[in-house]
Design a protein. Structure first.
Length: 292
């Protein structure tokens, strides 16, 4: 009888971690920065239908890099958790810290299970407070650990180089225009030290803006407003068409402003989403799933 092949637990975990890290590194980077009025999310994403940045609840947003189908499942689970907790208790009881703990447990269980492969995703959960010192940003790697970040954070792609660039240049009290320009500059740098030009069509930008009068602080920045901020550094408070001003404010299954936090939207893929997957120009995973 042949001897069973043996792999030490340490080696098995190291192999799983290396597998997940390689998958995450193939995705396009996401940058999250604090600015004077909240938190801005900037992602390199040519797709208009497959979002890497989404709203979770009133003051909470979610960003991810890696395999789209995996982090989309996590996003939907986070929306359901937030809706249920807000309905059962109070809307104020839904926090980024609680959501990060739920994600950490899920990712940690999957990573340590030998029955399935680890998720090739890295997440960021952020919550905007009533003042800059109350903002919360949590980074969750593939193994389910939680890292409390301050100021700026980058995940995916060449995240180490981008993080180093941001640490040297990010400062407190930046305006939205300044933070957006810094984020785009960091994403434009390649591994060889060169730079490339990123246009508004290649970017996905959203903010958690504490100055919004609505209870829900999430807002997408796109179209002419994004182009104006990128090219001219125009005023972030300028008026824009209503369709652009609140685009994405009620998206990704986030709750309506009615009592109890009901109103979760489903996350099913549409024909437009499927078509958009085919049009995304980027590296795919081994099984053909898009890496964003």
């Amino acid at each position: 009888m042949s001897t069973p092949f043996y792999v030490s637990p340490q080696q098995a975990m190291a192999d799983r971690a290396e597998y997940a890290r390689k998958g995450i590194a193939r995705g396009r980077s996401v940058v999250v920065l604090q600015y004077t009025d909240g938190v801005v999310f900037v992602a390199e994403n040519p797709s208009r239908a497959l979002h890497k940045v989404s709203e979770i609840y009133d003051r909470i947003a979610f960003a991810a890099v890696g395999k789209y189908n995996e982090f989309e499942n996590l996003r939907i689970g986070g929306v359901r958790y937030a809706d249920l907790r807000g309905y059962t208790y109070d809307r104020e009881d839904v926090t980024a810290r609680g959501l990060a703990n739920v994600y950490a447990q899920t990712l940690g269980t999957i990573f340590s299970s030998a029955a399935e492969k680890p998720y090739e995703v890295e997440l960021i959960v952020a919550e905007v407070g009533s003042a800059p010192e109350e903002d919360q940003i949590y980074r969750l790697p593939h193994d389910g650990s939680i890292v409390d970040e301050h100021g700026s954070v980058a995940v995916g792609g060449n995240a180490d180089q981008i993080s180093s660039y941001l640490d040297q240049r990010h400062r407190d009290g930046m305006t939205l225009s300044e933070a957006l320009k810094l984020a785009v500059e960091s994403l434009s740098r390649d591994n060889n030290g060169g730079e490339r030009r990123l246009t508004a069509e290649q970017l996905e930008v959203a903010t958690l803006d504490r100055t919004r009068p609505q209870q829900r602080k999430f807002k997408r920045i796109l179209g002419r407003q994004l182009s104006r901020l990128l090219e001219e550094g125009g005023p972030e408070g300028a008026e824009e068409p209503a369709a652009e001003a609140d685009a994405g404010a009620g998206e990704s299954g986030a709750t309506a402003e009615g009592a109890g936090g009901k109103g979760t939207k489903g996350g099913g893929a549409t024909d437009k989403d499927v078509k958009d997957v085919k049009n995304v120009k980027g590296k795919d995973g081994p099984d053909g799933e898009p890496l964003l």
